[in-house]
Design a protein around this ligand. Structure first.
Ligand SMILES: [Zn+2]
Length: 177
């Protein structure tokens, strides 16, 4: 099956995962299922059929600009360890092409109160975007360094720029290929 060619209604299926190795599709029923069954410890997605990394989820969303779509491949998901018990902020790692490096961080959150009779709910309601404490943001940066979205050099340079010992121009303007 070619996920990219599917009509929009198929995109309502929660998380269709495609594998570039064995070409088989699999499906995560919700965000918790995606994180617990398909995500590797470094946050990238793994194919449950052949075990290969590098699986991805194609998504498209209508933009406010008429006729325009935001198309991206979700290459991974990082759940940010939160200090609040039911609040689970997470970040989708997105790329503009299936084989391209991650160049987008799509912030989201969910709350899962199913174990106490509630439900799994995404944070798209009033208040919208996720809120991170500085400590949670630091944990995310640590994960991003681990998977190579940032290098330790980038972070060292950032500290030097922030303390006024380096020029801001020394920060990378885009991700290295
Ligand atoms: Zn596979």
């Amino acid at each position: 099956m070619n996920l990219r060619a599917r009509p929009t209604q198929e995109m309502n299926v929660p998380y269709p995962i495609s594998c570039p190795e064995c070409k088989q599709d699999s499906w995560a029923s919700d965000i918790v299922d995606l994180i617990t069954r398909f995500s590797t410890s470094d946050g990238t997605l793994r194919c449950p059929h052949c075990g290969a990394g590098g699986a991805s989820i194609y998504r498209e969303s209508a933009l406010q600009e008429k006729g325009e779509q935001w198309r991206r491949w979700i290459k991974g998901v990082i759940r940010i360890d939160s200090d609040a018990p039911t609040y689970c902020p997470y970040v989708f790692l997105t790329a503009q092409e299936e084989g391209a490096p991650v160049d987008g961080l799509h912030f989201n959150y969910y709350k899962d109160t199913r174990s106490s009779g509630g439900r799994l709910k995404h944070g798209h309601g009033p208040g919208g975007a996720p809120v991170l404490t500085p400590r949670e943001l630091m944990r995310l940066v640590e994960r991003l360094i681990r998977i190579g979205v940032f290098s330790t050099k980038d972070v060292e340079r950032l500290a030097l720029v922030a303390s006024g010992r380096r020029d801001r121009k020394q920060l990378p303007s885009k991700r290295r290929a």
